[in-house]
Design a binder for this molecule. Structure first.
Ligand code: DON
Length: 306
């Protein structure tokens, strides 16, 4: 098997990211998100052998936002097996991450767990199973990440809570179709707190390592079976980047999950997990520089699933 020169690949990825300088806009529909340095860029690779490679601002904490949906779904699947699929689908939506249109037409059954509507149902189930959905997600990240004290930013929680009309509308619509068990307010509170977790590229790459190791955590314990891990990665490939999932698969060729904080997690099954971060987003809500960096990374290394 060809060995990959990760340090060199990261340098080339960073230089591809640099070519996008100034493109895209930082998310501001959650006002606190707009307070970051728009031109920050970092990237980390965690290999299944336990090595960590970084470039740029890979140890600067940022708001993980929708990347939390991956850890929430993993936690639910580990506790509950396949039961979640009775309440949420696994088809790409082809619509923006916070669209209400499909949810109304499909009677409160969200297309997939990576759009906001689906993530609200996953968080609801995790709350039902554990009594503390946010605590379960933060606990998993703390256990697996580089920094065991990572946490949510209370200002980000407040900023999103004051501007979460669309998520509240979705949660009420889902509840009106009897697909929410807990109070809407409680589900929104846990969901908003999980999105406001701050982590670095290194934290995210290392803590998602189980996705490259067939479900095995850094401790050697299994969180998911190999089959569940395959299924979770397939959901990331088809749904992880919303209405740009096809473009992401075309350019990067890996399962991935973006967040409006500008982070993107990508998985090279059996090999490594990668996280790239830069706050300027394209129209679908995905980081322009992080996609460019991941595109260059897989082109240089050949490390794609295709
Ligand atoms: O619910 C929201 O709108 C945000 N907390 C998360 C959205 C998000 O990260 C979508 N990602 N591209």
């Amino acid at each position: 098997m060809r060995t990959i020169d990760y340090a060199q690949a990261l340098r080339e990825a960073a230089s591809a990211a640099g070519l996008t300088a100034g493109s895209g806009r930082v998310a501001d529909y959650i006002p606190a998100l707009a307070e970051v340095d728009p031109d920050a860029f970092g990237m980390a690779v965690a290999t299944v052998a336990g090595e960590l490679y970084t470039v740029g601002d890979a140890t600067t904490p940022f708001s993980i936002q929708s990347i939390s949906k991956v850890f929430a779904l993993a936690a639910v699947m580990s506790l509950d097996g396949d039961a979640i699929w009775k309440r949420v689908g696994r088809e790409p939506s082809g619509t923006p991450f916070n669209s209400l249109v499909q949810l109304e037409a499909e009677r409160g059954y969200p297309r997939n767990p990576m759009i906001n509507a689906g993530a609200l149902v996953v968080t609801d189930r995790l709350l039902e199973l554990t009594g503390d959905a946010f605590g379960a997600i933060r606990g998993l990240l703390r256990q697996e990440a580089v920094r065991p004290d990572l946490d949510s930013d209370p200002r980000m929680i407040r900023s999103e809570a004051e501007n979460s009309h669309r998520n509240a509308a979705m949660a009420h619509l889902i509840a009106s179709h009897d697909n929410l068990v807990n109070d809407v307010a409680a589900v929104l509170e846990h969901y908003t707190a999980q999105c406001a977790i701050e982590a670095t590229c290194a934290d995210i790459a290392v803590s998602a390592g189980f996705l490259a190791r067939g479900g095995v955590l850094n401790s050697g314990e299994s969180l998911l079976t190999a089959s569940q891990t395959k299924r979770l990665n397939s959901v990331l490939l088809t749904c992880g980047n919303y209405d740009a999932a096809g473009e992401f698969a075309y350019r990067v060729g890996l399962p991935g999950k973006s967040g409006v904080g500008g982070g993107i997690l990508a998985v090279i099954p059996g090999t490594a997990t990668v996280c790239a971060w830069s706050p300027r987003l394209d129209r679908a809500g995905n980081s322009v520089a992080a996609v460019a960096a991941l595109d260059a990374f897989t082109s240089v290394t050949g490390a794609s699933i295709f």
